[in-house]
Design a protein around this ligand. Structure first.
Ligand code: C2E
Ligand code: MG
Ligand code: MG
Ligand code: MG
Length: 281
């Protein structure tokens, strides 16, 4: 770096960098104690059959409640948890809490409703991921078939060969696997056909204005046809409007997820919401 005659700008810059570093360190320490003190929570968002809106799965989403009543969202702490070596511990808590949630669902009469768990790249490439899932299922007393792993296409592509092995092991144990944020990670058709996958989740960015944007419509059609030709369930993420729902239904999308069908909610709220489906049946 060239020294500057007026030190003022550089000094401001250094202060900004130092401040950012301090706040990241502070946040990392807070994540650590929140894990230790069990302060994280799971919310659940329904994934519903496109045909009749019946819920078929719940996706577990991390929430970090704050003392002032606000929430810190995963986008604000997952990367930091990964960078500071805390994602394995946090992920372990998520897997166990999700397994307990599935047991609560089964107890309430929703045995067939599986729970989808997001797994980040550091968890996915950690050698003990299968062990984490197996132990959680055994300890809680649920079948591995009641859980689904959601893995992003881009984490998988960090090491496709090792990724395939990990997926194979999870799949052999009976755990379902979905490729999340699909369409954003450039995996090839020839690679995908070798993966033990159950579902593709079309990224929200393509679903956003699918009924009015010809480019997004073309992408969704291609992803639906790709998924179906591989024998997979295709799920659309981020469905917010009736127009999107109708377009996706008309184009044989299997399952829908988004604010239109249901926002992420606590297990208590979710169980109450599920009751409305029992009443209809
Ligand atoms: P994701 O797995 O793609 O999850 C979907 C995200 O989209 C969630 O955001 C959800 O609240 C949001 N969403 C759902 N429907 C709609 C909609 O109709 N409109 C809009 N605008 N958004 C919608 P959230 O909960 O903030 O999570 C963001 C990301 O953080 C997740 O993306 C996932 O990658 C990650 N994440 C969340 N929970 C966990 C976790 O337990 N472990 C790991 N490793 N990652 C997690
Ligand atoms: Mg997901
Ligand atoms: Mg997603
Ligand atoms: Mg997404």
């Amino acid at each position: 770096h060239a020294a500057r005659a007026d030190g003022v700008l550089i000094k401001y810059y250094d202060q900004a960098v130092a401040q950012r570093l301090t706040s990241r360190l502070h946040m990392a320490a807070r994540i650590h104690s929140a894990i230790e003190q069990g302060q994280f929570e799971l919310y659940f968002q329904p994934i519903c059959r496109a045909g009749d809106g019946q819920p078929v799965m719940l996706e577990a989403l991390l929430r970090w409640p704050q003392a002032d009543g606000s929430w810190i969202m995963p986008g604000e702490f997952i990367n930091l948890a990964e960078d500071t070596g805390q994602m394995i511990a946090l992920g372990r808590w998520v897997i166990r809490a999700a397994a307990r949630a599935q047991l609560a669902l089964a107890t309430a009469g929703w045995r067939d409703l599986s729970v989808a768990i997001n797994v980040s790249a550091v968890q996915f490439f950690n050698d003990d991921l299968l062990g984490e899932f197996s132990r959680a299922c055994e300890d809680v007393g649920i079948a591995p078939q009641a859980l689904q792993v959601e893995l992003t296409e881009s984490s998988l592509m960090r090491d496709p060969e090792r990724g395939l092995q990990t997926m194979q092991r999870l799949h052999d144990r009976g755990i379902k696997i979905a490729l999340d944020d699909f369409g954003t990670g450039f995996s090839s058709m020839s690679y995908l056909q070798h993966l033990p996958l159950d579902a593709l989740k079309i990224d929200r960015s393509f679903v956003a204005d699918v009924e009015t944007n010809p480019r997004n419509a073309a992408i969704c059609r291609a992803l639906l046809s790709l998924g179906h030709s591989l024998g997979l369930e295709v799920v659309a993420e981020g469905v917010e409007t009736e127009g999107q729902r109708q377009w996706l239904q008309a184009h044989q999308c299997d399952q829908l997820q988004g604010y239109l069908l249901g926002r992420p909610a606590s297990m208590g709220q979710t169980l109450a919401w599920l009751e409305t489906f029992k009443a209809k049946a």
